[in-house]
Design a protein around this ligand. Structure first.
Ligand SMILES: [Zn+2]
Ligand SMILES: [Zn+2]
Length: 133
Protein backbone atom coordinates (compact mmCIF):
# COMPACT_ATOMS: atom_id res chain seq x y z
CA UNK A 1 0.00 0.00 0.00
CA UNK A 2 1.67 3.24 -1.07
CA UNK A 3 1.46 6.65 0.54
CA UNK A 4 -1.12 8.20 -1.75
CA UNK A 5 -3.44 5.22 -1.27
CA UNK A 6 -3.19 5.65 2.48
CA UNK A 7 -3.89 9.35 2.15
CA UNK A 8 -6.94 8.67 -0.02
CA UNK A 9 -8.22 6.06 2.43
CA UNK A 10 -7.92 8.55 5.32
CA UNK A 11 -9.65 11.28 3.31
CA UNK A 12 -12.46 9.02 2.11
CA UNK A 13 -13.07 7.69 5.58
CA UNK A 14 -13.25 11.20 7.02
CA UNK A 15 -15.61 12.37 4.27
CA UNK A 16 -17.92 9.42 4.88
CA UNK A 17 -18.40 10.43 8.52
CA UNK A 18 -20.48 13.21 10.03
CA UNK A 19 -19.09 12.65 13.51
CA UNK A 20 -15.99 14.92 13.39
CA UNK A 21 -13.67 12.05 14.30
CA UNK A 22 -10.25 12.17 15.91
CA UNK A 23 -7.22 10.52 14.28
CA UNK A 24 -7.75 7.57 16.59
CA UNK A 25 -11.36 7.13 15.47
CA UNK A 26 -10.23 7.03 11.83
CA UNK A 27 -7.41 4.66 12.64
CA UNK A 28 -9.79 2.25 14.39
CA UNK A 29 -12.12 2.27 11.41
CA UNK A 30 -9.38 1.74 8.81
CA UNK A 31 -7.44 -0.94 10.63
CA UNK A 32 -9.74 -3.91 9.83
CA UNK A 33 -9.34 -3.11 6.11
CA UNK A 34 -5.74 -1.87 6.26
CA UNK A 35 -3.93 -3.85 8.95
CA UNK A 36 -0.59 -2.25 8.08
CA UNK A 37 -1.65 1.36 8.60
CA UNK A 38 -0.25 3.02 11.73
CA UNK A 39 -1.75 5.68 13.96
CA UNK A 40 1.22 7.90 13.06
CA UNK A 41 0.37 7.64 9.37
CA UNK A 42 -3.23 8.61 10.04
CA UNK A 43 -2.12 11.61 12.15
CA UNK A 44 0.36 12.76 9.54
CA UNK A 45 -2.13 12.50 6.71
CA UNK A 46 -4.81 14.39 8.64
CA UNK A 47 -2.35 17.18 9.50
CA UNK A 48 -1.16 17.42 5.89
CA UNK A 49 -4.71 17.43 4.52
CA UNK A 50 -5.77 20.19 6.91
CA UNK A 51 -2.62 22.24 6.21
CA UNK A 52 -3.48 21.97 2.51
CA UNK A 53 -7.02 23.19 3.19
CA UNK A 54 -8.60 19.94 1.97
CA UNK A 55 -10.17 19.19 5.33
CA UNK A 56 -10.88 21.26 8.41
CA UNK A 57 -9.24 20.83 11.79
CA UNK A 58 -11.51 21.66 14.71
CA UNK A 59 -10.06 23.10 17.86
CA UNK A 60 -12.86 22.76 20.34
CA UNK A 61 -12.74 23.08 24.08
CA UNK A 62 -12.68 19.32 24.64
CA UNK A 63 -9.00 19.45 23.57
CA UNK A 64 -9.41 16.52 21.23
CA UNK A 65 -8.10 17.23 17.79
CA UNK A 66 -11.10 16.50 15.60
CA UNK A 67 -11.37 16.70 11.84
CA UNK A 68 -14.17 17.60 9.46
CA UNK A 69 -14.34 16.60 5.79
CA UNK A 70 -17.03 19.20 5.15
CA UNK A 71 -15.45 22.55 4.21
CA UNK A 72 -18.72 24.43 3.78
CA UNK A 73 -19.19 27.20 6.36
CA UNK A 74 -21.02 25.80 9.36
CA UNK A 75 -21.00 25.90 13.13
CA UNK A 76 -20.60 23.01 15.53
CA UNK A 77 -22.41 21.93 18.61
CA UNK A 78 -20.71 19.85 21.28
CA UNK A 79 -22.79 17.71 23.57
CA UNK A 80 -21.91 18.51 27.17
CA UNK A 81 -23.02 15.04 28.21
CA UNK A 82 -21.30 12.62 25.77
CA UNK A 83 -18.92 14.98 23.94
CA UNK A 84 -20.30 14.22 20.48
CA UNK A 85 -19.75 17.02 17.94
CA UNK A 86 -22.43 17.64 15.34
CA UNK A 87 -23.16 20.25 12.67
CA UNK A 88 -25.86 22.82 13.28
CA UNK A 89 -28.16 22.83 10.27
CA UNK A 90 -29.13 26.48 9.99
CA UNK A 91 -28.82 28.73 6.95
CA UNK A 92 -28.94 31.80 9.15
CA UNK A 93 -26.01 30.59 11.20
CA UNK A 94 -24.12 29.62 8.04
CA UNK A 95 -24.51 33.17 6.73
CA UNK A 96 -23.32 34.50 10.08
CA UNK A 97 -20.33 32.16 9.92
CA UNK A 98 -19.32 33.70 6.58
CA UNK A 99 -19.59 37.21 8.06
CA UNK A 100 -17.51 36.24 11.07
CA UNK A 101 -14.82 34.70 8.87
CA UNK A 102 -14.64 37.87 6.75
CA UNK A 103 -14.51 40.14 9.83
CA UNK A 104 -11.80 37.99 11.40
CA UNK A 105 -9.73 38.10 8.21
CA UNK A 106 -10.10 41.92 8.03
CA UNK A 107 -8.66 42.10 11.53
CA UNK A 108 -5.70 39.97 10.65
CA UNK A 109 -7.00 36.81 12.35
CA UNK A 110 -6.30 33.57 10.61
CA UNK A 111 -8.67 31.47 12.66
CA UNK A 112 -11.24 31.47 15.40
CA UNK A 113 -13.24 29.01 17.43
CA UNK A 114 -16.93 29.27 17.98
CA UNK A 115 -18.57 26.43 19.75
CA UNK A 116 -22.13 25.86 20.80
CA UNK A 117 -22.88 23.48 23.60
CA UNK A 118 -26.00 21.60 24.54
CA UNK A 119 -27.29 18.10 24.96
CA UNK A 120 -27.44 16.05 21.79
CA UNK A 121 -30.53 14.20 20.56
CA UNK A 122 -29.14 10.79 21.56
CA UNK A 123 -28.51 11.90 25.13
CA UNK A 124 -31.94 13.54 25.35
CA UNK A 125 -33.56 10.30 24.15
CA UNK A 126 -31.50 8.15 26.54
CA UNK A 127 -32.56 10.32 29.41
CA UNK A 128 -36.19 9.99 28.40
CA UNK A 129 -36.05 6.19 28.22
CA UNK A 130 -34.19 6.05 31.52
CA UNK A 131 -36.86 8.14 33.17
CA UNK A 132 -39.60 5.98 31.72
CA UNK A 133 -38.09 2.81 33.13
ZN1 LIG B 1 -24.69 13.48 23.79
ZN1 LIG C 1 -18.82 19.96 10.78
Amino acid sequence: MNRSMQRDAVLNELRSLRTHPTAEDIYNRLRPRMPKISIGTVYRNLEQLSAAGIIRKLELSDRLRRFDGDLSPHFHRRCCSCGAVSDIPSERLDALFGELAAAAARNGCSGYNVEFTGVCGDCRNNKKTQNEE
